[in-house]
Design a protein around this ligand. Sequence first.
Ligand code: ZN
Length: 154
Amino acid sequence: MILDIKKAGDPVLKEVCAPVKHIDKSLRALLDDMAETMRKADGVGIAAPQIGKAIRAVVIDAGDGLHELINPEITFKEGTVKETEGCLSVPNYYGEVQRFARVKVKFLNRWGKQKHLTAEGLLSRCIQHELDHLNGQMFIDIAENLTYREGDKK
Ligand code: ZN
């Protein structure tokens, strides 16, 4: 099911999201809907608050397949890199954001198993962008040289 993507200004995007307590069928259905919504919108990641649920869950596909991260926590980070980002909740706006170059993240998968993922490049950037959403932070709050570009999708 395609979900409605909340846009900047919606209070749910400013919330510090609650940890997921029950990993069950309804959560798995939500993760499926989030992935479908992300793909339809041509995005590389979506966080639960972006579809109106203030819980700590994100889906990402930065070109290497689908990652579903429940209650994610960054356990290691190194280096810095500044690149252009956009966000499905802020259509047509792009800005440069400084991020860690490499991160390791610990999370639960859709079956409640603890997993670890090491990421660099676009995947690392997406993880940091989506995890910011779980703390009510939008990229436009930290971006430099924010510009509006009509017609682009990302
Ligand atoms: Zn975003």
